[in-house]
Design a protein around this ligand. Structure first.
Ligand code: ATP
Ligand code: MG
Length: 506
C-alpha cells in the first residue's frame, strides 16, 4: 500500500475503458474512480457492464482501449496474479472456490507460505486463517473442505482471502444476492471496518436499501458506459433509477386484477422431520400466493418437496384434485407444475449450452417425442420468451455462461415459462434482476395469473410479496406461522410472523 503520491490520488481509476467480445460491445466507455477509505457503489441494469469492468480490474480480461491507473500509475494486467500482487482482491458474482480443497488451502491458493526449509507451513496458514475468522466473527473449520459450505460462508472465505492478501482495493460483485439478513449485516460490518482501515471498496448490488446503507459514493452505468458519479447523500432512489434505465419506472408492482378460480394446488400436512412440519396451503387458479419468511425458514425446501426434487415423510400434494406422487419431478411437470429454482447456477442453467437450448430444455422431451428435435420450433419458442423477458444477448446461440448474471436469471425463468405451466412456483424470481426488468417480471407474473395460472411466489423481499400477492403465507423455522389476505398483509404483521420468538397459536 506504500505510495508517495498524495491522498488525493485515486486508489484506482478507470477512464473510458472499452471491451468487446467479438461483435458484443460489453463496455463502450467504462469509468470508475476509487478513493481510499471509501465504499463505492456500482449500479446499473443487467448487462450494463458492471461485471466486465470488475473483471478488467481483476486482470481476468484485458481492455481494448481507455485508461487504467493504479495510484496514478498506468497499468495493464495480463493475469489475475498481477492484479492480486498489486493489492486488488475481487469477490465475483459466483463463488470461485475449489470444492475439493480445504478452507485454508483455498485462502492461500497459489501462495502457500513456506517455512525455513521451503516446506509449506500448514500451521502458519491455519493460524492466520483462524485469526482472520475471529476478526470477522465467524466460526468456520479451516480444515474442512469448502464443498457443502453455504454461499455466505464461501463469501466469507473469499473475504478472508482478500484480507490475508492485505488488499488495498476490494471489489464485491453482488455479494449479498444469496445472503440472509444476519449474514448481510455481518458482511456490512466487515466492509465498514475494512473501509475504516483506509481501504477502497466497490460494492455492486441491485438493492437500493443496501447501497444507501453501506456506500458513500455511487457510480451509475448504462449500456456499457459511465452515466454519473455522485455522493450518496446527494442522490435519491428515483434519481438512480432514472439514470440506470434512462426513463422513469413508474410501477414497480403492476398487480393486475385477476379472477380467482378453483383450487389447483393443495398441500396438506407436509412434513419432513428437521426441515418443515405440517405445512398446509392451497393455491387457486389466477391467484398469486406469496411465501414470505427469513432465509432458512424452509420455504425453498417445501417448494422442492412439492415439485418432487426433495423428499417428504408425511402429507399429501394434490394438483387439480388428484394426488401427485412423491419424489417424481417428471410426473409433476407432466401435471403442469413448474419450479423456477433459487440457485440458478446449480439448478437452473447449463452454462455452456446456448440460450435457445436452455430455454427449451424443459420442453425438449415434448419437442423430441419422435426422436427428432424441431430446430425451427425450438428457436421460435426460445425467441418468444427471450424477447418477452428482454434477455440481453447478441444472439440466441450465445453460450449462456457469457450472459450477465441477471440475464442468466431471465433465461431460467423463460425455460420454465416455456413449459406452459398450470402451477408456477418461483423461488426468489427477481434476485439479481435490475429495477426495470424487475417491474417486467412482476408484470409478467401478474399476466400469467390473469391467464389463470396458479402462482406460488417465494420472496425475501417484503415489498415484492406485499405488492404482488393476493394472499401471503409466512414461514418460520419450518412451520407456517401466518396467513394474510392482501388487505391485511402489512409489513409489520408479516415481519412479526416471520420473526416472533414465541410458539405460534395453533
Ligand atoms: N465473455 C463474454 N463473452 C461475450 N459476451 C460477454 C462476455 N462477458 C460479458 N458479455 C456481455 O457483455 C455485457 C455486459 O455484461 P456484464 O456481465 O458486465 O453485465 P452486468 O452489468 O454485470 O450485469 P448483471 O447485473 O446482470 O450482472 C452483456 O451483454 C454480456 O452478455
Ligand atoms: Mg454482473
Amino acid at each position: 500500500m506504500q505510495s508517495d503520491t498524495t491522498s488525493a490520488t485515486p486508489a484506482l481509476e478507470l477512464s473510458r475503458v472499452v471491451k468487446s467480445f467479438g461483435a458484443v460491445v460489453a463496455l463502450r466507455s467504462g469509468s470508475l474512480r476509487l478513493h481510499d477509505g471509501s465504499i463505492h457503489a456500482l449500479i446499473g441494469e443487467n448487462g450494463a457492464g458492471k461485471s466486465t469492468l470488475v473483471k478488467i480490474i481483476a486482470g481476468l480480461y484485458r481492455r481494448d482501449g481507455g485508461e487504467f491507473r493504479l495510484r496514478g500509475e498506468e497499468v495493464d494486467f495480463h493475469s489475475t496474479a498481477q492484479s492480486k500482487a498489486n493489492g486488488i482482491a475481487v469477490i465475483y458474482q459466483e463463488p470461485t472456490l475449489f470444492p475439493d480443497l480445504s478452507v485454508v488451502e483455498n485462502i492461500f491458493m497459489g501462495r502457500q507460505p513456506t517455512g525455513r526449509l521451503g516446506r509449506i507451513d500448514r500451521a502458519a496458514m491455519r493460524a492466520e486463517a483462524t485469526e482472520i475468522f475471529d476478526r470477522l466473527g465467524v466460526s468456520i473449520d479451516p480444515d474442512r473442505p469448502t464443498d457443502g459450505l453455504s454461499i455466505a460462508d464461501q463469501q466469507i472465505i473469499e473475504i478472508a482471502k482478500a484480507i490475508s492478501l492485505d488488499a488495498s482495493v476490494l471489489v464485491m460483485d453482488e455479494p449479498t444476492a444469496a445472503l440472509s439478513g444476519v449474514e448481510v449485516d455481518r458482511l456490512f460490518s466487515v466492509a465498514r471496518s475494512l473501509r475504516d482501515e483506509g481501504r477502497a471498496l466497490v460494492f455492486i448490488s441491485h438493492r437500493f436499501d443496501e447501497v444507501f446503507d453501506l456506500c458513500d459514493t455511487v457510480t451509475v452505468m448504462r449500456d456499457g458506459a459511465h452515466v454519473d458519479t455522485m455522493p450518496i447523500a446527494e442522490t435519491t432512489v428515483d434519481d438512480m433509477v432514472r439514470m440506470m434505465v434512462g426513463r422513469d419506472v413508474t410501477e414497480m408492482f403492476p398487480k393486475l386484477p385477476a379472477e380467482i378460480g378453483e383450487e389447483v394446488l393443495a398441500v396438506d400436512g407436509l412434513t419432513q422431520p428437521g426441515v418443515f412440519h405440517d405445512v398446509s396451503f392451497t393455491v387457486h387458479a389466477g391467484e398469486i400466493v406469496g411465501l414470505a419468511g427469513l432465509v432458512g425458514a424452509g420455504r425453498s425446501e417445501v417448494a422442492r418437496a412439492v415439485f418432487g426434487v426433495d423428499p417428504y415423510r408425511e402429507g399429501t400434494v394434490h394438483v387439480g384434485g388428484a394426488p401427485l406422487p412423491k419424489g417424481r419431478p417428471r410426473a409433476a411437470m407432466a401435471r403442469g407444475l413448474a419450479l423456477v429454482p433459487e440457485d440458478r447456477r446449480r439448478q437452473g442453467l447449463v452454462l455452456d449450452l446456448p440460450v435457445t437450448r436452455n430455454i427449451t430444455l424443459a420442453v425438449r422431451d415434448r419437442l423430441a417425442r419422435f426422436g427428432l428435435i424441431w430446430g425451427s420450433r425450438e428457436n421460435e419458442s426460445a425467441r418468444v420468451w427471450a424477447s418477452r423477458l428482454e434477455v440481453k444477448t447478441a444472439a440466441l446461440d450465445t453460450e449462456s455462461g457469457t450472459l450477465s448474471g441477471g440475464n442468466q436469471q431471465k433465461v431460467v425463468l423463460g425455460k420454465w415459462l416455456a413449459t406452459d405451466p398450470k402451477v408456477l412456483i418461483v423461488d426468489e424470481p427477481t434476485r439479481g434482476i435490475d429495477v426495470g426488468t424487475k417491474a417486467e417480471v412482476h408484470r409478467l407474473l401478474s399476466q400469467l395469473a390473469q391467464q389463470g395460472i396458479a402462482i406460488l411466489m417465494i420472496s425475501s423481499e417484503l415489498p415484492e410479496v406485499l405488492g404482488m400477492a393476493d394472499r401471503v403465507l409466512v414461514m418460520r423455522e419450518g412451520r407456517l406461522t401466518g396467513e394474510f389476505k392482501r388487505e391485511q398483509a402489512t409489513p409489520e404483521a408479516v415481519m412479526l410472523a416471520a420473526t416472533a420468538d414465541e410458539e405460534p397459536a395453533r
